[in-house]
Design a protein around this ligand. Structure first.
Ligand code: NAP
Length: 253
């Protein structure tokens, strides 16, 4: 595809981790990519990596849970890259704690980023997809949606995203738009590194222990998720919608 006809994707939380790997992969697949994260400066490394690989990228700063910032970000992407018809709702935070110690702020922030963020971003982007009669939404859920100690907030948000995904699939399908969720298992990123630090575990030991409980006998890497996003947003995946794909190295053990 030439620059002017390349489809435009927005990947949120793409400064690092799964979002960065996804932005790189979608660019390699031929899409122009908007790299959205809280602070525009933090997107520079991903934008440069995409450009160094010959792709087209734009860094945009926005809090996905803030309606005004979301609208401004999506308008800017449409003006500078083109209408966004692929959206990957990946931005995320954890504020883990056992229920009796979880604060209102821990609960609210996790809902703000995952649920409100995905809602606002999708609402702002869907009109571009509906207008051209083609679109792809991928939401990042988690195996934690099945329940996870110390994650009442995160598990609730990630389960909520599965309901959101299925509803998008029902409402937008007739406009050529598919919506799917990916539920990763343990992936090595800053997010899981921070968890290891918080519970006082050595990172290498923690990864080895987690890997030992995974059927394919290794921990996941961001590229494992990027590969699945690439499939779900591809032309040929147009009959796959409303699904939750667990990318976790096997069923839960
Ligand atoms: P990560 O390394 O922590 O990256 C998340 C990115 O999201 C960060 O750059 C963060 O920016 C950004 N972000 C946070 N709040 C935001 C907001 N309000 N607006 C815009 N951007 C925001 O996380 P990851 O491990 O790559 O995870 C990516 C997604 O996969 C998340 O939704 C996560 O819940 C999900 N997931 C991860 C795993 C795993 O094992 N890693 C497993 C299952 C699901 P700051 O650095 O500025 O906060």
């Amino acid at each position: 595809m030439s620059e002017s006809t390349a489809r435009v994707a927005i990947v949120t939380g793409a400064a690092r981790g799964i979002g960065a790997a996804t932005a790189l992969r979608l660019a390699a697949d031929g899409l122009a990519v908007a790299v959205v994260d809280l602070d525009e400066g933090s997107t520079a490394a991903t934008v440069q990596a995409v450009q160094a690989a010959g792709g087209r990228a734009l860094g945009v700063g926005a809090d996905v849970g803030d309606a005004e910032q979301v609208q401004a970000a999506v308008d800017r992407v449409a003006a500078e890259l083109g209408p966004p018809v692929v959206l990957v709702n990946n931005a995320g935070v954890t504020r883990d704690n056992m229920l009796f110690k979880m604060t209102d702020a821990d609960w609210d922030l996790v809902m703000h980023v995952h649920l409100r963020g995905s809602f606002l971003m999708t609402r702002a982007c869907q009109r571009f997809m509906v207008e051209v009669g083609w679109g792809r939404v991928v939401n990042l859920s988690s195996t934690s949606a099945l329940g996870n100690r110390g994650q009442a907030n995160y598990a609730t948000a990630k389960a909520g995203l599965q309901g959101f995904t299925k509803t998008l699939a029902l409402e937008l399908g007739k406009f050529g738009v598919t919506a799917n969720a990916i539920a990763p298992g343990f992936i090595q990123t800053e997010m899981t590194r921070a968890t290891a630090e918080r519970i006082g575990r050595d990172w290498e030991e923690y990864v080895a222990e987690r890997a030992a409980a995974i059927p394919v006998a290794r921990a996941g890497v961001p590229e494992d998720i990027a590969h699945t996003v690439s499939f779900l947003v591809s032309e040929g995946a147009g009959f796959v919608s409303g699904q939750v794909v667990y990318v976790a190295g096997g069923p839960r053990t």
